[in-house]
Design a binder for this molecule. Structure first.
Ligand code: ITT
Length: 202
């Protein structure tokens, strides 16, 4: 069957396509269908994931999968959390609109350092996947990975905050790990495993 991937984030699209590859679905990106980005007005990952999945399913008349995710820092009371994307100011890169991730990572680091040198650097990524069908049916799957923040950023793989996130029991950042290694342990992989077990029976 066909599935709309309701994201406008190229890094996510790449990871979701890789994670879905074994299931023989025809994945269509929201961008290629020209679907608009609905405002993410929810206060939780679940609410925002459902907003994006429902909007895409209704506009396309096809089942849609959305991902709402973010980085939470223990010592910052879970911030930026659902506001992770918002902390990266919109800028223009080589004529394309984008977000300044380096600045966003620096903002998190600055707040952490302002708390003092002994502040715990524990953080986690959350991912909520929402599936929505045009008839109103929907399903939600939540994933998480724990780690520590490092500074300065290291690595060029992945996207977003990957260069400052070191998963627990590892030395390398998500941006230094091969995609297959990240996919074996990420918040997105955790949520996907639950989706696959539920939708494809294991
Ligand atoms: P869509 O809503 O179009 O899917 P978005 O980038 O706006 O794209 P979110 O609102 O869910 O998506 O924001 C999540 C942000 O959290 C994302 O932009 C990344 O910066 C960060 N993030 C999520 N997963 C990540 C990952 O695996 N590695 C690094 N950063 C991640």
């Amino acid at each position: 069957g066909k599935l709309v991937i309701a994201t406008h984030n190229a890094g996510k699209l790449k990871e979701i396509s890789a994670l879905l590859a074994p299931f023989g679905l025809e994945c269509i990106s929201a961008g290629s269908l020209g679907l608009p980005e609905p405002p993410e007005t929810g206060k939780t990952f679940v609410a925002n994931a459902l907003i994006k999945a429902r909007a895409a399913a209704e506009a396309a008349g096809l089942p849609a999968l959305a991902d709402d995710s973010g980085l939470s820092v223990e010592a910052l009371d879970g911030r930026p959390g659902v506001y992770t994307a918002d902390w990266a100011e919109r800028q223009w890169f080589e004529g394309e609109p984008g977000r300044d991730w380096y600045m966003a990572m620096g903002k998190v680091e600055g707040l952490l350092q302002a708390k003092g040198p002994d502040t715990p650097r524990d953080a986690w990524f959350s991912c909520v996947l929402a599936l929505a069908w045009p008839d109103g049916e929907q399903a939600i799957y939540e994933g998480r990975v724990d780690g520590d923040l490092t500074w300065p950023p290291r690595g060029t793989l992945g996207f977003g905050y990957d260069p400052v996130f070191v998963p627990k029991d590892h030395e390398q950042t998500f941006a230094e790990l091969e995609p297959a290694q990240k996919h074996a342990m990420s918040h997105r992989a955790d949520a996907f495993a639950k989706l696959v077990a539920d939708q494809f029976g294991g």
